[in-house]
Design a protein around this ligand. Structure first.
Ligand code: NAP
Length: 323
């Protein structure tokens, strides 16, 4: 039956099309590791990188908890190493973004702006994107003082004052990083205790440039062409204050990039793809790995592990189906 559908899919597509055994969406740690494992299984995987080669990890200045790098490794560097290793075994990286997927026919059809990919198996590793506060001034001043990436934008805040919103690992890690440039970093958190891990908490508390504003949320980002302050509300007292700042760095979690698969794959109430222990989604032959399917760990090492597992399962699936 698969073969008939395959022929149908080829016949009905006028755009250039390519048939691949393993198509991987996303080039973060999960996608790159999947590519490495599928390449070593001699499946000639193709990775559609989307717009974020290296994924979110590549935006991290130094990754200190990826095993094998006792002195830490730059996020960008680690991404390059992942890619080189996968390419060495025959993985191909196409700088394409999937615009639609059809998982109801086989092979699966994945369209990009320039061509169609017909894939026997699909590994989804599209990751997650930073959440926004959705308060007045935020979108208007993005790139003008509002940022979601300290590694990308920290340099612009040399000798300036910034605030960081959030209380998780990202807020503290990026806040600590920002003290390289900024004169002061005020971390605004909606509760009175942090979600971040112990080591980061200790480092942040010990850093003389970092201060904390507890039990507070940012309700407005202020400024015309550049940020000049934020309006905050204390959630316990309801007291409103305005504080001057040159920059607002927002690290309040992520939302999985799963819009392309809505209605085609089972997802949880937060939009994460539901997978089983074997990285299998609700559609046979479609696997998911990394942050797109992981609301729990979201580490480079766990994402990489999931990517490897997904590729091993895709290999087994192809063997079983004799594809
Ligand atoms: P996170 O752990 O989900 O933390 C998000 C933070 O933002 C929480 O403190 C949360 O407050 C706060 N928040 C959420 N929505 C908010 C809103 N609307 N307004 C104000 N504050 C809001 O996200 P993350 O820090 O990006 O970390 C994501 C994952 O990556 C985690 O698993 C983390 O361990 C991992 N990570 C690890 C490292 C590392 O190991 N070095 C570095 C970065 C990230 P509440 O605490 O009140 O919920």
């Amino acid at each position: 039956m698969d073969f008939n559908l395959s022929a149908f899919a080829k016949d009905t597509h006028t755009a250039e099309s390519e048939h691949v055994k393993v198509l991987i969406l996303g080039a973060g740690p999960a996608g790159m590791s999947a590519a490495l494992y599928a390449a070593r299984a001699e499946l000639q995987p193709v990775v559609l990188t989307g717009t974020e080669l290296g994924g979110q990890a590549s935006l991290t200045h130094v990754i200190e908890n990826y095993p094998g790098f006792p002195e830490g490794v730059g996020g960008l560097k680690l991404g390059e190493l992942f890619q080189q290793q996968a390419e060495r075994f025959g993985a191909r990286f196409d700088f394409e973004t999937a615009t639609s997927v059809n998982l109801s026919q086989r092979p699966f059809v994945i369209k990009t702006y320039s061509k169609d990919y017909l894939a026997d198996t699909l590994i989804i590793a599209t990751g997650a994107s930073p959440n926004h506060l959705n308060v007045p001034g935020e979108s208007e001043l993005t790139g003008k003082g509002v940022s979601y990436c300290a590694t990308c934008d920290g340099w612009f805040f040399k000798d300036k004052k910034v605030v960081v919103v959030g209380g998780g690992d990202s807020a503290l890690e990026e806040g600590i990083f920002l003290t390289r440039y900024a004169t002061s970093v005020n971390i605004i958190h909606r509760r009175d205790s942090l979600r971040a891990g112990a080591i980061l908490q200790k480092r942040a508390f010990e850093n003389p440039k970092i201060s904390f504003t507890w039990n507070s949320i940012v309700t407005e980002v202020l400024g015309e062409n550049a940020v000049n302050g934020v309006r905050m509300r204390n959630v316990r007292t309801n007291e409103e204050t305005v504080i001057p700042t040159d920059g607002v760095f927002i690290f309040i979690g992520h939302t999985p990039n799963t819009q392309l698969f809505a209605g085609q794959l089972e997802m949880d109430e937060h939009g994460y793809i539901v997978i089983d222990m074997l990285m299998r989604t609700s559609v046979a032959g479609v696997f998911a790995a990394g942050e797109v399917a992981d609301p729990h760990y979201r580490q480079v090492v766990t994402s990489a592990g999931m990517g490897a597992a997904a590729a091993i399962q895709a290999t087994r699936y192809l063997q079983e189906k004799q594809l």
